[in-house]
Write a protein that binds this ligand. Structure first.
Ligand SMILES: [Zn+2]
Length: 91
């Protein structure tokens, strides 16, 4: 499995996967932390696959990013349309 983490969804910093060996003397097993090297947000998982999959799967963010691009494009086209109409009125 690819263990490379995507950039942080909050700050854009590098994704970072760390392993905490735990302490079985107190009943805490190994944990895998997916997080950010820049803002230090992190969240633990019991196994590496879940940590990587959760961090790299961002359907909500991808949907919102696509919606932002659509809105920016619509705004650009409307501004261009209004700008063109304005010039026609002024000339
Ligand atoms: Zn971050």
């Amino acid at each position: 499995m690819n263990t490379e983490l995507a950039a942080c969804p909050f700050c854009g910093g590098s994704g970072l996967l760390t392993v905490d060996p735990g302490d079985m003397s107190v009943g805490i097993g190994e944990s895998y932390w997916s997080g950010c090297a820049k803002c230090e947000y992190s969240i633990p998982f019991r196994n590496e696959d879940d940590a990587v999959k959760w961090w790299n799967t961002r359907s909500l963010e991808d949907t919102l990013r696509a919606e932002i691009i659509l809105l920016q494009t619509t705004l650009y086209l409307k501004r261009k349309e209004l700008g063109t109409q304005g010039k026609k009125v002024n000339t």
